[in-house]
Ligand binder design. Structure first.
Ligand code: C2E
Ligand code: CA
Ligand code: CA
Length: 714
């Protein structure tokens, strides 16, 4: 066969081959097309799945699917931290063991509705145990397939952990109920400070019936100066006190707190206002302030109040006077008539002082029975006139008590600004010192401060407290000075008190005895001297010849109705006869109340004591006293002796007095015998006993004792 002459078979084979080639090419390209389409479809479906997974991951949803044929649930969970999904397969029953028992029934019920009752959707929340705690889960599902009987065969859905939402919800409910039930009135305000919500406490504070009544009210309508404060509100809460307008007439003092809150859910911040009614506390505060400044008994300013007043006048820098008023004998009223009378007395005195004439004055109670009056614009002279008016007004009062009507009186000390001090402390202290001086002069006296007065009063006060201590500790000593007859024979002695203070040295009796008398300490000294006299007599009795010893007793003590029996009791206690003791007293005993004096002296004499009038010739020396009461002894004051050795007049007077006393059969003692020149004169005049430095000075008892002859026993 030739090339051109190929057979029919070959050419038909070639054609077939070509056709088949074509067909294969077509098939291949179709296959490629299909493959590409398939690939694209596959890719598309994968990216949908990816997108789905991403969406589920972002929403933190877990995908689940239940299939009836296997009765298994497959769960595909997406963790937040991991893009990989976890796939769990489980049967529904084992999953149920993780559900909180309170939630199981509801879940099962809902599942049954979807499974058998044509309910297509499932949505239920329950607690799911995860490790040691329960998480709140929300489960959603949808039926995909049902069988011929209508039962679901395939359900798919998602679950989600909603614990955080639940907690937020709960805390919101909690806060809301706290807001509603709080006893503190509270408001929720808009950013523009208008009321959007309120609680019941607020309603009742404003007497409103419905919440809606106050919605939309601006805060400035409620609070007096709201705008001033709301301007200050920023991130930090603020708190202030203001007035709440309850009605047009009624306002309350309130304590307001404002706090701004911003939430993710709201476009604008809102403000919580807490409005606390503090009007009662305010009232109490004012009351306390009143109490702090005023004296409850008299209603006058107390010390605190006075300090405020003084501060004011000191700042004013113009003249004013300070009067320190102290009632006389108040202790007697208080102790004798009782505290109720004492209080009444203070109230009445406060009243008369307040109405006393002075245009401008401030009366205050300093404490006890002491008052301080401030007289603005007054110099010392005008203050003295006012002080007189005050004393007259107080003396015009009588205090009626059960037993008697008591007369009142006061002593006043004055210090004026700026002359007597420029500070409150100094002025009070100086007026007090002046008052002390006035008191010393008797009742109803006035004294104006002078330079150095305070220092001397202070020294006196310090001396007094030291004396008190010495008396309490029985640190006072009693020296003895002898009494001699005309032959120089020791016939008796006088006890004289001595005080050595570690602070003030040897204090002379002329200083401390009057101080003791002013402060009623003389009673102690009198009794102490009696005790010592008895003790000394005891010693004498044991060793020497017995002589009479004299004690000095102050007038007040002698007038004390208890004294005679006290004195007698002391003698009894020491087993000493009162006849061995001579009581020396001064004539001033007759000045106050002669009748009472005679009564007291008679009582003492009846107890067996000898009585001597001391210092005769130094004061009034009214001879009538000698007629009123018959003394055993009169002691002639040393001023009578003075110069008798060359002054004829002095001698005549002295001799006359002695002659008179002799006629009255009264024993005479000459005091202050210093010179030998006196001796012949005293002998001629017939004086019985002599006492003075010529013989001896007061000395400790032992020195006195050894001068006496030893006792001769029969
Ligand atoms: P008095 O009772 O007149 O006592 C006599 C005073 O004269 C004593 O002073 C004594 O030391 C002093 N004296 C004695 N002889 C002379 C003398 O020759 N020349 C001078 N210049 N003085 C002489 P004293 O001890 O300082 O007492 C002074 C006053 O104090 C006493 O005067 C008496 O009133 C009072 N006193 C002393 N002790 C007591 C006491 O225990 N109780 C009371 N209530 N008063 C007493
Ligand atoms: Ca005396
Ligand atoms: Ca005397």
């Amino acid at each position: 066969m030739s090339e051109h002459g190929e057979s029919k078979e070959v050419s038909s084979l070639k054609r077939r081959l070509n056709r088949e080639k074509q067909a294969r090419l077509q098939a291949e390209s179709l296959l490629t097309e299909k493959s590409e389409a398939l690939f694209r479809a596959l890719q598309e479906s994968q990216s949908t799945e990816k997108r789905l997974k991403l969406a589920l991951w972002a929403a933190q949803e877990t995908l689940w699917e239940w299939d009836a044929s296997s009765d298994r649930i497959s769960i595909r969970a997406f963790s937040l931290h991991d893009v990989k999904e976890t796939i769990i397969e489980s049967d529904p029953f084992s999953l149920l063991t993780y559900i909180h028992e309170d939630d199981i029934h509801y879940l099962q019920f809902q599942w049954a509705l979807v499974l058998h009752c044509e309910q297509e959707h499932l949505e239920v929340s329950f607690r799911y145990r995860h490790k040691a705690e329960y998480l709140w889960m929300r489960l959603r599902g949808r039926v995909l397939e049902r069988n011929a009987f209508g039962s679901a065969t395939r359900i798919v859905g998602t679950t989600r952990d909603i614990t955080l939402e639940r907690e937020a919800e709960q805390s919101f409910h909690l806060m809301a109920s706290a807001f509603a039930s709080s006893r503190e009135p509270m408001l929720v305000l808009s950013a523009g400070f208008t009321v959007t919500e309120c609680n019941n406490a607020f309603l009742s504070m404003l007497n409103l019936r419905e919440k809606s009544e106050c919605f939309g009210w601006p805060l400035s309508m409620l609070l007096a100066d709201a705008d001033e404060h709301t301007d200050r509100l920023n991130e930090h809460p603020i708190r202030f006190e203001t007035r709440l307008k309850v009605t047009s007439k009624k306002q309350l003092t309130v304590d307001v707190s404002l706090a701004k809150f911003e939430t993710r859910y709201q476009k604008k911040p809102y403000i919580i206002a807490t409005i606390r009614d503090v009007s009662e506390r305010k009232l109490n505060e004012t009351r306390l302030k009143q109490m702090a400044l005023y004296d409850p008994l008299t209603g006058l300013f107390n010390r605190n109040g006075l300090n405020d007043v003084l501060k004011h006048y000191l700042q004013g820098n113009s003249d004013f006077s300070l009067l320190f008023v102290d009632l006389d004998g108040f202790k007697l009223i208080n102790d004798g008539a009782g505290h109720e009378s004492g209080d009444r007395c203070l109230k009445e005195v406060a009243k008369v002082m307040e109405v006393a004439p002075a245009i401008n004055k401030v009366v205050t109670r300093w404490g006890g029975d002491e008052f301080i009056i401030i007289l603005p614009g007054s110099k010392p002279e005008t203050a003295v006139n006012f002080a007189h008016a005050i004393i007259t007004a107080i003396e015009g009062l009588t205090l009626e008590t059960q037993d008697s009507d008591l007369a009142l009186s006061a002593s006043i000390g004055i210090a004026s600004y700026p002359y007597h001090g420029t500070t409150a402390e100094r002025l009070i202290q100086n007026a007090d010192a002046a008052m002390y001086l006035a008191k010393g002069r008797g009742k109803g006296q006035i004294s104006v401060y002078e330079d150095g007065l305070w220092e001397s009063v202070k020294a006196k006060v310090s001396l007094l407290s030291d004396l008190r201590k010495a008396i309490n500790q029985e640190a006072l000593e009693f020296y003895v000075q002898g009494k001699y007859d005309l032959h120089g024979v020791l016939k008796g002695g006088e006890l004289l008190c001595r005080w050595h203070s570690s602070l003030h040295g040897n204090v002379p009796p002329d200083v401390f005895i009057p101080l003791a008398e002013e402060n009623k300490l003389d009673f102690h000294i009198g009794l102490l001297s009696l005790h010592r006299a008895c003790e000394y007599l005891k010693e004498l009795d044991a060793e020497r010849e017995l002589v009479q010893l004299a004690v000095n007793i102050s007038v007040n003590q002698l007038l004390d109705p208890l004294f005679p029996s006290q004195a007698a009791a002391i003698c009894r206690e020491h087993n000493i006869s009162p006849a061995l003791i001579e009581v020396e007293l001064t004539e001033s005993i007759f000045i106050q109340d002669a009748e009472r004096a005679i009564e007291a002296l008679s009582l003492l004499r009846n107890k067996g004591f000898s009585l001597a009038m001391d210092d005769f010739g130094s004061g009034f020396s009214a001879l009538s006293y000698l007629r009123m009461f018959s003394f055993t002894t009169v002691k002639l004051d040393r001023s009578l002796l003075k110069d008798i050795h060359y002054d004829q007049k002095a001698l005549a007077l002295f001799q006359g007095i002695i002659a008179m006393l002799k006629r009255l059969e009264i024993q005479t003692v000459a005091e202050g015998v210093e010179l030998s020149e006196y001796l012949p004169i005293l002998r001629d005049a017939g004086v019985d006993l002599l006492q003075g430095y010529y013989f001896d000075k007061p000395s400790p008892f032992r020195e006195f004792l050894i001068k006496l002859p030893t006792r001769v026993y029969d």
